[in-house]
Write a protein that binds this ligand. Sequence first.
Ligand code: HEC
Ligand code: HEC
Length: 401
Amino acid sequence: MITTGVIQTQHNHRARIKVIGLLTLLLSGCENFTPAPVNFSQQDIVEIGDVHTLEIDGQVLSSLPKTEIPVNTDRVALGRLLFWDPILSGDKDVACATCHLPEHAYTDGLMQSVGVGGSGRGIDRQAGHTGFVRRNSQGLTNTGWNGIDEVGLFNPETAPMFWDSRVNSLALQALEPIRDLQEMRGEQFTREQIDQEIETRLNNIEAYRKLFAASFGNGAVTLQNAGIAMAEFQKTLSANNTPYDRWMRGEADAMTAGQVSAMQEFVIAGCADCHSGPMFSDFELHVLGAAEHGVRDEPDSGDGNFAFRTPTLRQLDFTAPYFHNGQFATLSSAINFYDERRSSANPNVASSALDADLLDIPEMDEGRGAFIQNFLDALNDSNFDRTIPQSVPSGLQPGGL
Ligand code: HEC
Ligand code: HEC
């Protein structure tokens, strides 16, 4: 009884504070959150290998490497064509690029993606007979760095892929959408048939035989090599020159004073407990208990706990809507999800299962969330490869669109 009373009192108290906060906001027209004084400077930045690191409040933030990931240019050229060629889909109507478009930093702008049977491009795309896929398409700029740690070390072979990290490496990831009924396979072919079907198709196109031979040697037109080539192409989609990266590399005016202060607030609020390293992801799975949206989505990570991988916070200007099911249309609503989040919003996830790092995040409304957003705004780089091939070797429409 007493405990309940205390909670209720606190609750009412907080509700009253919120009302007062809202009134202040309405009256003064500005938020009432005051950030802590900045307690570091650019002098504290330490260069380790090709990344620049800065310790703030016991957490280390890092830039992305300035150097591009080394690639084989023949494979990149082949991989780009494959990425845009709908020949990789059962009904020849969907390419990787259908759901990964350059103008959205290689996602599609939809809450949940539309593959087989759909029509239209980007946010105008309409679902066909196989409906929506269960998840929000992930952006592919910088994906070649998945798994990178705070000092810039990473291993492309073990790089975690998908919202639930169920596959490792870009090369193996690329085979999954081809085999997926709703994404690319369609009903004409079974999962067992599709690999052979695609290999046969590629072998029948002379231009592909030549390109595969140049990249991998004669007789090398295999689906596995197609995956390796598409991985090589995706490694070139870097966007590693954001205002934040430039500031970390010593450009004093690359970020505003407000953004520098917001960077500290991002750490103090606990965001960097999970959004860490050069990609602002620890690449670990966490239970946040975000609400279901449309379909029940139990990740394949195997713990039955609806754990999702921490996504990067780079390129968010391009990649709305947010979260694994695209439930947040705006960045401010995604940040506001964290507002004193102490209970699960998903009926399938117990509040006691929530990640411990979630439980000490302070309130996000009343200005703190909006303030932190200033820092996230410094994590966008619009200068990445957006080349769309004019034609693909199959003669089909690039992107299937
Ligand atoms: C129908 C839309 C669709 C098509 C077609 C598609 N993808 Fe995706 N892609 C998605 C969605 C949705 C996810 C997240 C899926 C999940 O987590 O289960 C994703 C995730 C990815 C990821 C993981 C990124 C990361 O950071 O973990 C990569 C890489 C990727 N796709 C590349 C490709 C390639 C290469 C192709 C073509 C062979 C392709 N996609 C075809 C929708 C699509
Ligand atoms: C316990 C680990 C953890 C903490 C702490 C955390 N996040 Fe997240 N964040 C995640 C995970 C996991 C997701 C994906 C959740 C999902 O899709 O269901 C996510 C998603 C996001 C997204 C959406 C990104 C996208 O591409 O969809 C934003 C924005 C975000 N977090 C910002 C923040 C901010 C700001 C803070 C601090 C207030 C924060 N996060 C604290 C783990 C965390």
